[in-house]
Design a protein around this ligand. Structure first.
Ligand code: NIG
Ligand code: FE
Length: 410
Protein backbone atom coordinates (compact mmCIF):
# COMPACT_ATOMS: atom_id res chain seq x y z
CA UNK A 1 0.00 0.00 0.00
CA UNK A 2 1.19 3.53 -0.83
CA UNK A 3 0.23 6.44 1.39
CA UNK A 4 1.28 9.99 2.12
CA UNK A 5 0.62 11.41 5.60
CA UNK A 6 1.00 15.15 5.20
CA UNK A 7 1.96 17.97 7.47
CA UNK A 8 1.59 16.42 10.93
CA UNK A 9 2.03 18.82 13.81
CA UNK A 10 4.23 16.27 15.57
CA UNK A 11 5.78 12.98 14.49
CA UNK A 12 7.11 10.88 17.34
CA UNK A 13 9.54 8.59 15.51
CA UNK A 14 10.89 6.54 18.45
CA UNK A 15 14.03 6.35 16.27
CA UNK A 16 16.44 3.59 17.22
CA UNK A 17 19.66 5.02 15.80
CA UNK A 18 20.42 1.44 14.83
CA UNK A 19 19.87 -0.05 18.28
CA UNK A 20 17.52 -2.92 19.12
CA UNK A 21 15.91 -1.13 22.08
CA UNK A 22 16.22 1.91 24.33
CA UNK A 23 17.59 1.68 27.85
CA UNK A 24 18.57 4.08 30.63
CA UNK A 25 18.50 7.77 29.62
CA UNK A 26 18.01 6.79 25.98
CA UNK A 27 14.57 5.43 26.92
CA UNK A 28 13.42 9.08 27.30
CA UNK A 29 14.39 10.00 23.72
CA UNK A 30 11.45 9.86 21.34
CA UNK A 31 12.88 11.51 18.21
CA UNK A 32 10.31 14.26 17.81
CA UNK A 33 9.93 16.00 14.42
CA UNK A 34 7.50 18.90 14.00
CA UNK A 35 5.51 19.90 10.90
CA UNK A 36 6.58 16.90 8.88
CA UNK A 37 5.24 14.23 6.51
CA UNK A 38 5.67 10.47 5.92
CA UNK A 39 5.58 8.53 2.68
CA UNK A 40 4.82 4.79 2.78
CA UNK A 41 5.49 2.71 -0.34
CA UNK A 42 4.47 -0.93 -0.68
CA UNK A 43 3.68 -1.05 3.04
CA UNK A 44 7.10 0.27 4.16
CA UNK A 45 8.21 3.72 5.21
CA UNK A 46 10.14 5.14 2.30
CA UNK A 47 10.62 8.78 3.25
CA UNK A 48 10.13 11.05 6.26
CA UNK A 49 10.86 14.75 6.49
CA UNK A 50 9.72 18.37 6.46
CA UNK A 51 9.58 19.23 2.74
CA UNK A 52 7.86 16.68 0.53
CA UNK A 53 9.99 16.04 -2.60
CA UNK A 54 8.23 16.86 -5.89
CA UNK A 55 8.62 13.24 -7.02
CA UNK A 56 6.42 12.10 -4.10
CA UNK A 57 4.03 15.07 -4.23
CA UNK A 58 3.02 14.35 -7.82
CA UNK A 59 2.14 10.69 -7.15
CA UNK A 60 -1.50 9.75 -7.52
CA UNK A 61 -1.81 7.99 -4.14
CA UNK A 62 -3.95 8.15 -1.01
CA UNK A 63 -3.13 11.25 1.05
CA UNK A 64 -4.07 11.96 4.64
CA UNK A 65 -4.01 15.49 5.98
CA UNK A 66 -2.52 15.30 9.49
CA UNK A 67 -2.60 19.04 10.10
CA UNK A 68 -2.78 19.73 13.85
CA UNK A 69 -2.49 16.02 14.62
CA UNK A 70 0.13 13.82 16.28
CA UNK A 71 1.65 10.79 14.60
CA UNK A 72 3.22 7.84 16.46
CA UNK A 73 4.44 4.33 15.61
CA UNK A 74 1.73 1.68 16.01
CA UNK A 75 1.57 0.29 19.55
CA UNK A 76 2.78 -3.26 20.16
CA UNK A 77 1.11 -5.38 22.82
CA UNK A 78 3.84 -7.97 23.48
CA UNK A 79 2.05 -9.99 26.20
CA UNK A 80 -1.60 -11.13 26.05
CA UNK A 81 -3.74 -14.19 26.69
CA UNK A 82 -6.49 -13.08 24.32
CA UNK A 83 -7.66 -16.55 23.29
CA UNK A 84 -10.05 -17.74 25.98
CA UNK A 85 -13.67 -18.75 26.50
CA UNK A 86 -15.98 -18.02 29.42
CA UNK A 87 -15.28 -15.31 31.95
CA UNK A 88 -14.25 -14.96 35.59
CA UNK A 89 -16.64 -12.22 36.69
CA UNK A 90 -17.63 -14.40 39.68
CA UNK A 91 -13.99 -14.54 40.73
CA UNK A 92 -13.70 -10.79 40.31
CA UNK A 93 -16.66 -10.25 42.67
CA UNK A 94 -15.00 -12.53 45.24
CA UNK A 95 -11.77 -10.57 45.01
CA UNK A 96 -13.57 -7.28 45.48
CA UNK A 97 -15.01 -8.75 48.69
CA UNK A 98 -11.51 -9.57 49.90
CA UNK A 99 -10.36 -12.96 48.56
CA UNK A 100 -6.92 -12.94 46.90
CA UNK A 101 -5.98 -14.21 43.41
CA UNK A 102 -4.04 -17.07 45.01
CA UNK A 103 -6.91 -18.05 47.36
CA UNK A 104 -9.32 -18.04 44.43
CA UNK A 105 -6.97 -20.23 42.38
CA UNK A 106 -7.14 -22.79 45.22
CA UNK A 107 -10.88 -22.59 45.89
CA UNK A 108 -12.46 -21.79 42.51
CA UNK A 109 -9.83 -22.81 40.01
CA UNK A 110 -8.54 -19.46 38.69
CA UNK A 111 -6.61 -20.38 35.53
CA UNK A 112 -8.09 -23.91 35.74
CA UNK A 113 -11.64 -22.58 35.46
CA UNK A 114 -10.70 -20.93 32.14
CA UNK A 115 -9.03 -24.20 31.09
CA UNK A 116 -12.37 -25.99 31.55
CA UNK A 117 -14.16 -23.42 29.35
CA UNK A 118 -11.48 -23.51 26.64
CA UNK A 119 -11.42 -27.32 26.49
CA UNK A 120 -15.19 -27.27 25.92
CA UNK A 121 -15.24 -24.46 23.35
CA UNK A 122 -15.29 -25.24 19.61
CA UNK A 123 -12.34 -23.82 17.70
CA UNK A 124 -14.57 -21.57 15.63
CA UNK A 125 -16.10 -20.08 18.76
CA UNK A 126 -12.67 -19.42 20.33
CA UNK A 127 -11.56 -17.73 17.14
CA UNK A 128 -14.64 -15.53 16.90
CA UNK A 129 -14.18 -14.33 20.49
CA UNK A 130 -10.46 -13.69 19.99
CA UNK A 131 -10.93 -11.78 16.73
CA UNK A 132 -13.40 -9.43 18.43
CA UNK A 133 -10.81 -8.77 21.13
CA UNK A 134 -8.05 -8.10 18.58
CA UNK A 135 -10.26 -5.55 16.81
CA UNK A 136 -10.88 -3.92 20.17
CA UNK A 137 -7.08 -3.76 20.78
CA UNK A 138 -6.67 -2.19 17.33
CA UNK A 139 -9.19 0.51 18.27
CA UNK A 140 -6.77 1.59 21.02
CA UNK A 141 -3.82 1.69 18.60
CA UNK A 142 -2.35 -1.82 18.65
CA UNK A 143 -0.85 -2.81 15.26
CA UNK A 144 1.15 -5.87 16.43
CA UNK A 145 0.08 -8.27 19.15
CA UNK A 146 1.31 -11.41 20.87
CA UNK A 147 -1.05 -14.15 22.05
CA UNK A 148 -0.36 -17.17 24.25
CA UNK A 149 -1.77 -20.65 24.61
CA UNK A 150 -1.88 -21.96 28.18
CA UNK A 151 -5.58 -22.57 28.79
CA UNK A 152 -5.50 -26.08 27.34
CA UNK A 153 -2.94 -27.91 29.50
CA UNK A 154 -3.32 -30.98 27.31
CA UNK A 155 -1.81 -31.53 23.88
CA UNK A 156 -5.11 -31.40 22.00
CA UNK A 157 -6.30 -28.12 23.49
CA UNK A 158 -2.91 -26.37 23.48
CA UNK A 159 -2.70 -27.17 19.74
CA UNK A 160 -6.26 -25.93 19.24
CA UNK A 161 -5.35 -22.58 20.85
CA UNK A 162 -2.16 -22.23 18.79
CA UNK A 163 -4.06 -23.02 15.59
CA UNK A 164 -6.51 -20.25 16.45
CA UNK A 165 -3.63 -17.79 17.01
CA UNK A 166 -2.01 -18.72 13.69
CA UNK A 167 -5.30 -18.38 11.81
CA UNK A 168 -5.84 -14.96 13.42
CA UNK A 169 -2.40 -13.91 12.21
CA UNK A 170 -3.50 -14.70 8.66
CA UNK A 171 -7.05 -13.37 8.90
CA UNK A 172 -6.94 -10.32 11.19
CA UNK A 173 -5.67 -6.92 9.99
CA UNK A 174 -2.58 -6.96 12.26
CA UNK A 175 0.41 -9.21 12.98
CA UNK A 176 -0.35 -11.79 15.68
CA UNK A 177 2.70 -13.57 17.18
CA UNK A 178 2.20 -16.95 18.78
CA UNK A 179 3.58 -18.15 22.13
CA UNK A 180 3.36 -21.67 23.53
CA UNK A 181 2.54 -21.44 27.26
CA UNK A 182 1.91 -25.09 28.13
CA UNK A 183 3.65 -24.49 31.47
CA UNK A 184 0.99 -22.02 32.67
CA UNK A 185 -0.41 -24.25 35.46
CA UNK A 186 -0.58 -27.94 36.31
CA UNK A 187 -3.73 -29.74 35.05
CA UNK A 188 -5.84 -31.57 37.64
CA UNK A 189 -6.07 -34.83 35.69
CA UNK A 190 -2.40 -35.95 35.74
CA UNK A 191 0.66 -35.83 37.95
CA UNK A 192 3.17 -32.99 37.71
CA UNK A 193 5.90 -35.15 36.22
CA UNK A 194 3.50 -36.70 33.69
CA UNK A 195 2.49 -33.24 32.57
CA UNK A 196 6.06 -31.98 32.26
CA UNK A 197 6.90 -35.04 30.16
CA UNK A 198 3.90 -34.27 27.95
CA UNK A 199 5.20 -30.69 27.45
CA UNK A 200 8.75 -31.87 26.75
CA UNK A 201 8.19 -34.89 24.56
CA UNK A 202 4.75 -34.41 22.97
CA UNK A 203 3.80 -30.76 22.82
CA UNK A 204 7.13 -29.08 22.00
CA UNK A 205 8.12 -31.45 19.15
CA UNK A 206 4.63 -31.32 17.63
CA UNK A 207 4.38 -27.52 17.86
CA UNK A 208 7.82 -27.12 16.28
CA UNK A 209 7.02 -29.60 13.52
CA UNK A 210 3.82 -27.74 12.65
CA UNK A 211 5.50 -24.34 13.11
CA UNK A 212 2.71 -23.18 15.45
CA UNK A 213 4.68 -20.91 17.79
CA UNK A 214 7.63 -18.49 17.78
CA UNK A 215 8.13 -18.26 21.56
CA UNK A 216 7.95 -20.54 24.58
CA UNK A 217 6.70 -19.11 27.86
CA UNK A 218 6.11 -20.48 31.39
CA UNK A 219 4.84 -19.30 34.78
CA UNK A 220 7.71 -19.46 37.26
CA UNK A 221 6.10 -19.06 40.69
CA UNK A 222 5.50 -20.81 44.02
CA UNK A 223 2.81 -23.50 43.47
CA UNK A 224 3.34 -23.29 39.69
CA UNK A 225 6.64 -24.10 37.90
CA UNK A 226 9.98 -24.21 39.71
CA UNK A 227 13.28 -22.88 38.40
CA UNK A 228 14.57 -26.36 37.59
CA UNK A 229 11.36 -27.24 35.70
CA UNK A 230 11.57 -23.96 33.74
CA UNK A 231 15.17 -24.69 32.75
CA UNK A 232 14.23 -28.14 31.44
CA UNK A 233 11.29 -26.75 29.47
CA UNK A 234 13.32 -23.87 27.99
CA UNK A 235 16.18 -26.15 27.07
CA UNK A 236 13.85 -28.39 25.12
CA UNK A 237 12.05 -25.38 23.55
CA UNK A 238 15.36 -23.91 22.38
CA UNK A 239 16.38 -27.28 20.95
CA UNK A 240 13.23 -27.10 18.81
CA UNK A 241 13.78 -23.48 17.74
CA UNK A 242 11.46 -21.66 20.17
CA UNK A 243 12.52 -18.38 21.83
CA UNK A 244 12.01 -18.20 25.62
CA UNK A 245 10.02 -15.57 27.52
CA UNK A 246 9.02 -15.91 31.18
CA UNK A 247 6.22 -14.95 33.59
CA UNK A 248 8.18 -14.43 36.79
CA UNK A 249 8.43 -12.51 40.08
CA UNK A 250 4.68 -11.82 40.19
CA UNK A 251 4.19 -12.89 43.81
CA UNK A 252 7.59 -14.22 44.93
CA UNK A 253 11.20 -13.94 43.87
CA UNK A 254 12.33 -17.57 43.41
CA UNK A 255 15.16 -17.19 40.89
CA UNK A 256 13.16 -17.09 37.66
CA UNK A 257 14.93 -14.03 36.27
CA UNK A 258 18.42 -15.48 36.62
CA UNK A 259 17.30 -18.73 34.98
CA UNK A 260 15.58 -16.86 32.13
CA UNK A 261 18.62 -14.68 31.44
CA UNK A 262 20.86 -17.77 31.48
CA UNK A 263 18.58 -19.36 28.88
CA UNK A 264 18.79 -16.21 26.70
CA UNK A 265 15.12 -15.24 27.21
CA UNK A 266 14.02 -12.37 25.01
CA UNK A 267 11.89 -10.92 27.84
CA UNK A 268 10.98 -11.42 31.48
CA UNK A 269 7.46 -10.31 32.29
CA UNK A 270 5.59 -9.12 35.45
CA UNK A 271 8.48 -8.40 37.95
CA UNK A 272 6.20 -6.97 40.63
CA UNK A 273 8.45 -8.45 43.35
CA UNK A 274 12.12 -7.67 42.73
CA UNK A 275 15.22 -7.91 44.95
CA UNK A 276 18.75 -6.73 44.24
CA UNK A 277 19.80 -10.19 42.99
CA UNK A 278 17.06 -10.03 40.37
CA UNK A 279 18.18 -6.57 39.23
CA UNK A 280 21.79 -7.76 39.02
CA UNK A 281 20.78 -10.78 36.96
CA UNK A 282 19.04 -8.54 34.43
CA UNK A 283 21.58 -5.73 34.30
CA UNK A 284 23.81 -5.91 31.24
CA UNK A 285 21.82 -8.74 29.67
CA UNK A 286 19.90 -8.36 26.42
CA UNK A 287 16.64 -9.43 28.07
CA UNK A 288 13.81 -6.87 28.02
CA UNK A 289 11.79 -6.27 31.20
CA UNK A 290 8.12 -6.30 30.21
CA UNK A 291 5.94 -4.61 32.84
CA UNK A 292 2.23 -5.23 33.22
CA UNK A 293 0.80 -2.51 35.49
CA UNK A 294 -2.83 -3.40 34.65
CA UNK A 295 -2.27 -6.60 36.68
CA UNK A 296 -1.18 -4.62 39.75
CA UNK A 297 -4.23 -2.39 39.33
CA UNK A 298 -6.68 -5.25 38.79
CA UNK A 299 -5.32 -7.61 41.48
CA UNK A 300 -4.37 -4.81 43.88
CA UNK A 301 -0.80 -6.09 44.24
CA UNK A 302 2.45 -4.04 44.33
CA UNK A 303 3.62 -2.26 41.18
CA UNK A 304 6.95 -3.15 39.54
CA UNK A 305 9.86 -0.85 40.56
CA UNK A 306 10.20 0.59 37.04
CA UNK A 307 12.50 3.45 38.05
CA UNK A 308 15.01 1.03 39.51
CA UNK A 309 15.03 -0.95 36.26
CA UNK A 310 15.53 2.16 34.13
CA UNK A 311 18.25 3.49 36.47
CA UNK A 312 20.06 0.19 35.95
CA UNK A 313 19.86 0.62 32.15
CA UNK A 314 17.48 -2.31 31.74
CA UNK A 315 15.21 -1.81 28.68
CA UNK A 316 11.59 -1.56 29.82
CA UNK A 317 8.57 -2.54 27.71
CA UNK A 318 4.91 -2.34 28.74
CA UNK A 319 2.04 -4.67 27.81
CA UNK A 320 -1.58 -5.22 28.82
CA UNK A 321 -1.37 -8.93 29.83
CA UNK A 322 -5.01 -9.00 28.67
CA UNK A 323 -6.55 -12.14 30.25
CA UNK A 324 -9.78 -13.04 32.11
CA UNK A 325 -8.16 -13.50 35.55
CA UNK A 326 -5.55 -10.88 36.28
CA UNK A 327 -6.06 -8.10 33.70
CA UNK A 328 -9.41 -8.04 31.91
CA UNK A 329 -8.65 -5.14 29.57
CA UNK A 330 -7.24 -4.87 26.06
CA UNK A 331 -6.82 -1.09 26.42
CA UNK A 332 -3.10 -0.42 25.99
CA UNK A 333 -3.71 3.29 26.56
CA UNK A 334 -4.87 2.43 30.09
CA UNK A 335 -1.59 0.54 30.60
CA UNK A 336 0.26 3.69 29.47
CA UNK A 337 -1.67 5.86 31.91
CA UNK A 338 -0.89 3.44 34.76
CA UNK A 339 2.80 3.42 33.78
CA UNK A 340 2.99 7.18 34.17
CA UNK A 341 0.84 7.50 37.29
CA UNK A 342 1.83 4.36 39.20
CA UNK A 343 5.22 3.23 37.84
CA UNK A 344 6.42 6.86 37.68
CA UNK A 345 7.71 6.40 34.18
CA UNK A 346 7.80 9.64 32.21
CA UNK A 347 5.63 10.10 29.11
CA UNK A 348 8.55 9.59 26.72
CA UNK A 349 9.75 6.39 28.45
CA UNK A 350 6.18 5.11 28.34
CA UNK A 351 5.81 5.73 24.60
CA UNK A 352 9.10 3.94 23.86
CA UNK A 353 7.93 1.09 26.11
CA UNK A 354 4.87 0.33 23.94
CA UNK A 355 6.65 0.84 20.61
CA UNK A 356 10.33 0.15 20.06
CA UNK A 357 11.00 -1.70 23.34
CA UNK A 358 7.83 -3.76 22.94
CA UNK A 359 9.06 -4.68 19.45
CA UNK A 360 12.36 -5.74 21.04
CA UNK A 361 10.43 -7.90 23.55
CA UNK A 362 9.25 -9.84 20.48
CA UNK A 363 12.57 -9.65 18.61
CA UNK A 364 11.00 -7.65 15.76
CA UNK A 365 12.45 -4.17 16.35
CA UNK A 366 14.32 -4.33 13.03
CA UNK A 367 10.92 -4.42 11.32
CA UNK A 368 8.50 -2.30 13.37
CA UNK A 369 8.22 -0.15 16.52
CA UNK A 370 9.56 3.13 15.08
CA UNK A 371 8.92 5.49 12.18
CA UNK A 372 12.12 5.18 10.19
CA UNK A 373 12.75 4.51 6.50
CA UNK A 374 12.70 0.77 5.80
CA UNK A 375 10.36 -0.10 8.67
CA UNK A 376 6.81 -1.36 8.21
CA UNK A 377 4.25 1.43 7.77
CA UNK A 378 2.55 0.79 11.14
CA UNK A 379 1.40 4.26 12.16
CA UNK A 380 -1.13 5.97 14.44
CA UNK A 381 -2.67 9.41 13.98
CA UNK A 382 -4.04 11.01 17.16
CA UNK A 383 -6.40 13.95 17.12
CA UNK A 384 -4.27 15.85 19.61
CA UNK A 385 -1.92 18.79 19.06
CA UNK A 386 0.91 17.07 20.94
CA UNK A 387 2.02 13.62 22.06
CA UNK A 388 1.75 14.46 25.75
CA UNK A 389 -2.02 14.96 25.45
CA UNK A 390 -2.44 11.25 24.60
CA UNK A 391 -1.59 10.37 28.21
CA UNK A 392 -2.39 13.69 29.92
CA UNK A 393 -6.03 13.59 28.74
CA UNK A 394 -6.63 10.22 30.37
CA UNK A 395 -9.48 7.76 30.02
CA UNK A 396 -10.41 9.07 26.56
CA UNK A 397 -9.46 7.46 23.25
CA UNK A 398 -8.27 10.30 21.00
CA UNK A 399 -7.10 8.01 18.22
CA UNK A 400 -8.10 9.21 14.75
CA UNK A 401 -6.59 6.57 12.45
CA UNK A 402 -4.77 3.24 12.72
CA UNK A 403 -2.55 2.34 9.77
CA UNK A 404 -1.06 -1.11 9.21
CA UNK A 405 1.54 -1.54 6.43
CA UNK A 406 0.29 1.67 4.86
CA UNK A 407 -3.39 0.70 4.94
CA UNK A 408 -5.97 2.44 7.13
CA UNK A 409 -7.55 -0.31 9.26
CA UNK A 410 -9.46 1.72 11.86
O1 NIG B 1 -0.02 -13.18 33.26
N1 NIG B 1 0.38 -15.12 35.98
C1 NIG B 1 -0.04 -16.00 35.26
N2 NIG B 1 -0.80 -15.91 34.19
C2 NIG B 1 -1.62 -14.80 33.79
C3 NIG B 1 -2.96 -14.85 34.41
C4 NIG B 1 -3.80 -15.89 33.79
C5 NIG B 1 -5.16 -16.05 34.41
O2 NIG B 1 -5.39 -15.72 35.58
O3 NIG B 1 -6.02 -16.54 33.66
C6 NIG B 1 -0.91 -13.50 34.05
O4 NIG B 1 -1.20 -12.76 35.00
FE1 FE C 1 0.49 -13.17 31.33
Amino acid sequence: MNLLIENAKQIVTCHTKGRKYKAGKFQSEIGLIENASIYVENGRIKWLGKKIPASIKKLNIKKIDANNKTVLPGFIDSHTHLVFAGDRANEYSMRIKGSTYEEIAKAWGGIISTVKAVRKAAKIELKKLALRRILSSVSFGVTTIEAKSGYGLDTKTEIKMLEVINELNRESPIDVYSTFLGAHAFPKDKSGSEYIDEILYEMIPLIAKRNLATYIDAFCEKNYFSVSEIKKIFKQGIRFGLVPKLHTNQFYSIGGIKAAVECGAISVDHLEVMNSKDINALRGSDTVACLLPAVSYFLDIPYTPARKLIENKIPVALATDFNPGSAMSENIQLTMSLAVQMLKMNIEETINAVTINAAAALGVSHNTGSIEPGKQGDILIFDTPGYRDIIYHFGVNQLDKVIKRGKVIN
